[in-house]
Design a protein around this ligand. Structure first.
Ligand code: ADP
Length: 215
């Protein structure tokens, strides 16, 4: 069998993937419902490392900067909402962009109604892993075992009929670039801790299970 090079030691791309970071917010409904401990435990158990955390009551300025004004993003948000409404037999005469803008304004209200817990989680493919642990946007169809399915019973359909955001407990960055932007928005460099823990060895050190002398 060909000898496989211990590539993680030499490949900076692998190191980058292992050290990826994601921003997570426990939204005001999660704080109000005393779910902070349970939610943090789920990220800890999957092997991610907590490198920053604080409680903050976001003002309108911060929320305004947090949610993208990108037309593509807002149109996509509106399209998803329209498709969801159609599934429930509802129709909306507004364009997807108009609906996206409307959802964004509801989100501003939702996120600033009370304190949130902001965190940065680091680990292999953190962005995708965090989103897996969090589950899909609509709690009623999110995967069983995810935070949104297990801990929320709100639905997008009812939220839309009531003209509000769906109360789905969490915000999580949707891609690595968005994560970088969001982490810079919510945390200063000095608030992020670089430290080693047992996961750096057991989960991320390619040499951990190699017999001594064969490295
Ligand atoms: P996610 O948070 O799963 O990444 P999106 O980025 O699509 O989802 O939407 C951001 C947030 O906007 C959601 O978490 C949710 O609170 C709210 N939201 C999204 N779509 C709708 C909708 N159709 N109706 C009400 N609220 C919505």
């Amino acid at each position: 069998m060909p000898k496989i090079q211990n590539s993680s030691q030499v490949n900076p791309r692998i190191q980058e993937i292992k050290r990826q970071r994601s921003l997570v917010l426990i939204k005001p409904d999660g704080v109000q419902r005393s779910l902070v401990g349970d939610i943090i435990g789920r990220f800890e158990k999957c092997g991610l490392k907590l490198v920053a955390m604080k409680m903050i009551w976001p003002d309108k300025v911060l929320v305004e900067k947090h949610y993208s004004t990108d037309v593509g993003y807002l149109t996509e948000l509106g399209e998803k909402a329209k498709a969801g409404m159609a599934k429930s037999g509802l129709s909306d005469s507004r364009t997807p962009l108009q609906i996206g803008k409307w959802i964004r304004s509801q989100l501003g209200r939702y996120l600033s109604i009370g304190p949130v817990v902001a965190m940065v989680w680091q680990g292999t493919n953190s962005v995708a892993n965090v989103r897996q642990v969090v589950g899909g946007t609509n709690p009623v169809t999110a995967d069983i075992g995810s935070i949104r399915a297990d801990l929320s019973i709100d639905t997008i359909e009812i939220a839309n009929l009531e003209g509000r955001s769906v109360r789905n407990l969490i915000h999580a960055s949707s891609d690595p670039d968005e994560a970088k932007r969001e982490i810079e928005l919510w945390f200063s460099k000095s608030e992020i801790s670089e430290y080693e823990n047992v996961m750096d060895k057991v989960l991320h050190d390619a040499e951990w299970d190699m017999p001594k002398g064969k490295k």
